[in-house]
Design a binder for this molecule. Structure first.
Ligand code: SER
Length: 388
């Protein structure tokens, strides 16, 4: 099944069960939202989870692009991407957790053909404020799926305050031996789908109050599911990365982990640019800048003559099409090249400054402050220019 078929199967399955499809939002939350990027499908729906009636009703389904910087250091492993698409479903004060889990189970096994013996789930085991999620536990036991109880790992929130609740996560076995152990003890269990019983709101003082309605919020990472259904060992080998894996190594020979980083960060940068962000020194712009500069650092490490000007149009267009962004690909290229020029000038200046006798020996905090404040050289760049 390619990703398009997975999306269609998912949406139709939920439409048959009374859900209406909503359009995904961009990665940039509206002004006034404290979050830099949309990090999950539920994020744009927060007001509706808090009780405002949604114009399309109480059962919703969508595909939402998300960006997670919390996973940035994990990018390059088999399962994490910076920008990814999340398939999501919501019950806004309508049906409850067990039905959501049962439908999820039905879709994974009948719809996507996953062998139930390859599944394991985790369920909230309870803490001093909230009791264990026995309804989810019973549903899974009825279906014969092994359950592991956890506390922190099965509590979902989108930030320190706001809607939150216990969740049940569904894992798929990826080992080449028969399944063994449990999701928290063996990372060959890969999480594919999270069902959150979103019925609390955490206040600024940390206390929990009930939301006006009991919601369900589920999210399933599309590229991750695609790679597993396609029998691939990493998200970078699923069909959406096909053109990337083909074109990038022809352009720049890279080891596997560098190739993954370059593909992930470049694609993510293109999507962020396509949604209207521009590189800068704070907030979203800074995240975008870091993505582009990390790519350049990897590329230039082996060969300083490499440049983003060589990027084939096909890759930019592929990303714009994938994320349904109606932006001129030349504009995306221009933003990338401007940032490349800026970074290159900064490095050049950095090399000249660091060649001064004052900076020959070990650097102290005062040196780092001076380099930053007077020459615009952040600590990580200084370090990269003087490998010690
Ligand atoms: N909000 C949950 C998550 O992001 C489920 O959609 O995992």
């Amino acid at each position: 099944m390619n990703t398009e078929q997975i999306v269609r199967t998912f949406i139709e399955y939920y439409e048959e069960r009374g859900h209406r499809r909503i359009t995904g939002s961009t990665l940039l939350p509206p002004p006034g939202d404290p979050v830099l990027f949309t990090t999950s499908g539920m994020h744009p729906l927060t007001p509706y989870l808090e009780g405002r009636p949604h114009p399309l009703g109480k059962r919703l389904v969508n595909v939402q692009r998300c960006l997670r910087t919390t996973d940035l250091e994990e990018v390059g492993d088999a399962t994490h991407l910076t920008v990814f698409e999340m398939l999501g479903t919501w019950s806004l004060g309508d049906y409850e957790g067990p039905l959501s889990l049962d439908w999820g189970y039905g879709l994974l096994t009948d719809g996507f053909g996953i062998d139930p013996r390859m599944l394991h789930v985790t369920v909230f085991g309870g803490d001093d404020r909230t009791g264990p999620d026995t309804a989810s536990q019973e549903l899974w036991q009825d279906r014969g799926i092994p359950v592991e109880l956890t506390v922190e790992d099965n509590w979902w929130s989108n930030g320190p305050t706001g809607p939150c609740g216990p969740d049940s996560e569904i894992f798929l076995w990826t080992g080449d031996t028969p399944p063994e152990s449990t999701p928290t003890r063996d990372d060959r269990w890969v999480e594919v789908w999270n069902h959150v019983m979103m019925r609390h709101r955490r206040l600024i003082d940390g206390s929990l109050v009930p939301l006006p309605q009991r919601n369900i919020d589920t999210g399933l990472g599309l590229e991750r599911l695609a790679s597993l259904l396609q029998g691939r060992t990493s998200v970078f080998e699923c069909d959406v990365f096909g053109p990337w894996r083909h074109r990038v190594p022809l352009l720049w020979p890279l080891d596997e982990s560098s190739l993954r980083l370059v593909c992930d960060h470049l694609r993510s940068a293109m999507v962020v640019i396509g949604d209207g962000a521009r590189p800068g020194s704070t907030g979203r712009g800074y995240v975008l800048r870091r993505l582009v500069r990390r790519v350049l650092t990897v590329l230039w490490r082996d060969d300083p003559s490499r440049g983003l000007g060589d990027l084939p149009n096909e890759l930019i267009q592929h990303s714009l099409d994938r994320f349904r962004q109606e932006v001129d690909r030349d504009d995306v290229r221009r933003v990338l090249l401007d940032e490349e020029r800026r970074f290159s000038r900064l490095l050049e200046r950095g090399r000249q400054v660091l060649a001064r006798p004052r900076f020959r020996g070990p650097l102290d905090d005062e040196d780092f402050h001076y380099l930053h404040d007077t020459h615009g050289l952040p600590r990580d760049i200084v370090m990269s220019l003087r490998p010690e």
